[in-house]
Design a protein. Sequence first.
Length: 136
Amino acid sequence: MIPYYLSGGEAEGVRGDVTFAQSCLETGNFTFTGSAVTLSQNNFCGLGVTSSGSKGNSFSTAQIGIRAQIQHLKAYASTDALLQTCVDPRFQYVNRGCAKYVEWLGVQENPNGYGWASGANYGNKILSILQAILNM
């Protein structure tokens, strides 16, 4: 799956390593322990989990699920148009460009009050995971 993160991120101008680190956070390092999504959904970021008990979106393949995640991150990071066909069913719901920094992906840390997740320090958790990976 790593090549999907790297090539998909490069195709849309989104860092694949950051996207992978987010997946580690959202899936419990791909164990899916405590995650709202399951492996069979090919949803490695909780996309579409908008309330407690919600199962989120499902994708036909891991590659499509990762592309949707990358596109969703791009929606938060910039107002640039997608370069590939949109597979993110929630792309249109993002306040485009509201989280120019990974740290701003958490609603509580975002100065505009927008973000991917409501949990405290969400973006910082992603960056901590990324740093741990890079230190291996």
